[in-house]
Design a protein around this ligand. Structure first.
Ligand code: MOS
Length: 762
């Protein structure tokens, strides 16, 4: 075993190498824009230079003179499209702002024209020659800009149903011995996956094939069909590999139906590869947020009152919000809780999901405040979490299905060397470097959604798994292949997995860290159907019908069954059945899934359950993160030499891919705390650093030490796979852990992200 492939502990699968590793490192993995097209035309987008107002007219003469231009599509001649509701309101779209519909401009960088030409270069050249005259009005950019409106999220957003509360916060806070009130801010951030937001559309008669990196092929298929007004069965979305998602490809963006409509009209395949800066405004982003936290505690550190007020910026028409109080109100034992989430409308593109959407900003606030409270109480911050640890969430009193928060704190503290910390701020240094140690809790809801799968087993053991899941770099191919291996007892090299194609059996959006739990549970179930058929075929007649129903099916993997006294003789079973291939299709749904789940699954609508919204319990994965920061006394340069995280996420399917996910999360968390912010020119409501040179992300030298510890955890109450999901868990706590470490190093409390050297005042 190596650092990259940790030794499995109890309830962990094998750290097998990635199923798609060779394809990726040899360039055989085909991403959307790699797909060969027959005689394509190339599209280039023209985007708005104003954030609010209207287009008075276009001067296209110069653009049309570029050799190779085929068509220039504006609102005056664009194909008519139907509207789709917002993803979070039961539709498919990431925004209801539909470009090319009218002369109105809703945000900077909105698509206002599409130039189609014989080559990419010609399309780009012509796009640069499109002249637009506007009537611009002053836009409202963000918090504090004149002209924004603010209202409670409840009642506006279908996704945000309730501001959690319990007890009497006001009274408890009033009488608490120790009180803290503090405000926090997080910036706009953009996902910037490596793969650009490309879309290729090919019509064959009435049938449309879309090549586009997506986290949800069924959603995109049904959403585009809805916008085009055609039967969803006529649309197929293909993306066997996706070059990063992080939430940016979960919902449909307007570009896809636009390109499909133009391809239909021109009767030609069209390929669009938007530029990096266009990606900042034609998809979604993490919205800027503000928080006020009030904590009241007894002298011995027991939380008595907690209030979390959050505000998030959204666009004018869309009430998008993440509403992380659903988590922060439930994380610690506290009898009196109040909360309020508000949405601020500005002249911006609609924000959307970005890795751990609710938990990243909301736990930054809560976990910073917990550290501030620990300082006030003169208490070790780990002990403050221990005193307020709980087996039941305080709002509804429901038990956590399992909760290893303090075990994570203890393991990570030991590995980090927390005991060596001298608690006094500014008390540790090394030459000109001030040293700070900080920590924070991390958590993420365990979520699941209905999923289908088809599995085919051949006599020689070759196995084919078909499921419209998504490989967004997480290891989905690998863990699905491992599931089939474990349940059917066939060797891994005989398993082929087919994903990223809406012609395959439906799987949920690869979002909310639900993929492994959902797809592996479905694949397990279908593999068990196959085992059942095989066992029945060779079973002695003397067994009762009841026994026949269950024989061969147990929680124990087939690999173990195969080693048992009475292994299944596959050869004999196939002979008895008189077939060469056994194939099964099945649809799995999690406990508590609504009645319309399977119908919704086929129409690409999400029915995610889990987290705080379960009936008799709530389910979360937990972790603890410890960081060391070093701050130069003279230059204020901030370094982060060590990130240590311990995590418990139920069954770990593959410690190699899991470690990679968690490591990526920690690194992104550090990036979010110290580097990432989309800067907004408030006069023009425009993103300024919309490129990878100015939008700061870490390089290897910024991340010298990352240590991931995975705890053994078994949770039989969540889903058949026993999986909690790891994609989003690790970047949640890091923002706070770093700010807490900066406070320890300098005595300065920073409540606004990101923290850069100009913010340090020592
Ligand atoms: Mo994730 S931000 O739920 O794709």
């Amino acid at each position: 075993m190596t650092a990259a492939a940790p030794e499995p502990k109890v309830n962990m699968g094998q750290p097998v190498p990635r199923y798609d590793a060779a394809a990726k490192v040899t360039g055989r993995a085909t991403y959307a824009s790699d797909m060969p097209l027959d005689n394509p035309a190339f599209a280039f987008l023209v985007t708005s230079a104003i954030a609010k107002g209207r287009i008075d007219g276009f001067d296209l003469d110069d653009a049309k003179r570029v050799r190779g231009v085929i068509d220039i599509v504006t609102h005056e001649n664009a194909p008519k499209l139907k509207e789709s509701k917002l993803f979070s309101n039961g539709g498919y779209a990431g925004t209801t702002i539909q470009p090319l519909k009218s002369a109105d401009i809703a945000h900077d960088g909105q698509i206002i024209a599409v130039v189609v030409a014989e080559s990419y270069e010609a399309a780009r050249e012509a796009a640069n020659r499109v002249k637009v005259s506007y009537t611009a009005t002053a836009p409202s950019a963000t918090f504090d800009s004149p002209g924004t409106t603010t209202a409670a999220a409840k009642g506006q957003s279908a996704q945000f149903k309730e501001d959690p509360e319990v007890g009497d916060f006001a009274k408890a806070f009033d009488t608490a011995e120790v009180k803290l009130t503090a405000s926090y801010e997080t910036p706009t951030q953009h996902h910037n996956p490596m793969e650009l937001f490309s879309t290729s559309c090919v019509w064959m008669g009435d049938n449309l094939v879309i090549y586009e990196g997506s986290q949800f092929v069924y959603g995109l298929k049904n959403g585009v069909a809805e916008q085009l007004g055609i039967d969803a069965d006529k649309v197929r979305v293909v993306n066997p590999y996706v070059g990063g998602g992080f939430g940016s490809r979960g919902s449909m963006t307007p570009r896809t139906a636009i390109i499909a409509g133009i391809a239909k009209r021109l009767n030609r395949p069209i390929k669009l590869v938007p530029t990096r800066d266009q990606g900042f405004t034609i998809t979604t982003h993490r919205a800027e947020t503000r928080h006020e936290i009030k904590l009241g505690a007894s002298r011995d550190g027991k939380l008595l009152a907690l209030r979390h007020e959050g505000a998030e910026v959204s666009s004018r028409p869309d009430a998008y919000c993440v509403g992380g109080t659903k988590t922060t109100a439930r994380l610690y034992a506290c009898p009196n809780v109040a909360s309020l989430v508000s949405i601020v409308r500005a002249d911006r593109n609609t924000p959307g999901f970005m890795r751990s959407p609710p938990e990243v900003p909301y736990l930054f606030a809560l976990e910073s405040a917990m550290d501030e409270l620990a300082v006030k109480l003169n208490m070790d911050p780990v002990e403050l979490r221990r005193i307020n640890d709980t087996t039941n969430e305080p709002i509804g009193g429901k038990p956590y299905s399992s909760r290893s928060l303090m075990a994570c704190f203890d393991e990570a503290a030991k590995a980090f060397g927390w005991a060596q910390r001298s608690p006094q701020p500014k008390s540790m240094s090394d030459g000109e470097w001030l040293i700070g140690y900080g920590c924070a809790a991390t958590c993420y809801p365990t979520q699941m959604a209905p999923s289908a799968a088809r599995v085919r087993l051949q006599r020689d053991g070759r196995t084919r798994v078909e499921i419209a899941g998504h490989e967004i770099g997480t290891g989905a191919y690998t863990v699905i292949a491992q599931t089939a291996t474990e349940r059917l007892g066939v060797p891994l090299e005989k398993v082929a997995v087919f994903m990223g194609d809406s012609d395959l059996p439906p799987a949920p959006v690869a979002g909310g860290s639900n993929s492994t739990a959902s797809t592996c549970s479905a694949v397990m179930m279908v593999c068990d159907q196959i085992r059942q058929r095989l066992f029945k075929a060779v079973m002695p007649d003397s067994l009762t019908d009841k026994a026949k129903e269950t024989v061969g099916i147990s929680q124990a993997p087939a690999t173990q069954a195969a080693k048992s006294d009475r292994p299944l003789d596959i050869e004999k079973a196939f002979n008895a059945l008189g077939v060469g291939v056994v194939e099964e299709y099945g649809e799995w749904k999690p406990e508590g899934a609504p009645l319309d789940s399977f119908k919704a699954m086929h129409s690409g609508q999400v029915r995610i359950v889990g987290g705080h919204a379960m009936k008799d319990q709530i389910a979360y994965a937990f972790g603890a993160e410890f960081v060391e920061v070093r701050i130069n006394r003279f230059t204020h340069e901030i370094r982060c030499p060590r990130l240590v995280g311990a995590f418990a996420g139920g069954r770990i399917m593959n410690p190699r891919t899991a470690r990679s996910q968690l490591m990526g999360g920690l690194i992104w968390g550090m990036s979010s705390a110290l580097l990432e912010a989309t800067e907004i020119d408030e006069r023009n409501a425009r993103y300024v650093n919309d490129n990878l040179a100015d939008y700061l992300v870490p390089v290897n030298a910024d991340v010298p030490g990352v240590e991931v510890i995975m705890l053994s955890e078994q949770d039989d109450h969540i889903n058949p796979a026993g999986v909690k999901g790891l994609g989003e868990l690790a970047n949640v706590g890091t923002n706070a852990a770093i700010c807490n470490a900066i406070h320890h190093a300098t005595g300065q409390r920073i409540r606004k992200l990101p923290v850069r050297l100009e913010n340090i005042e020592v």
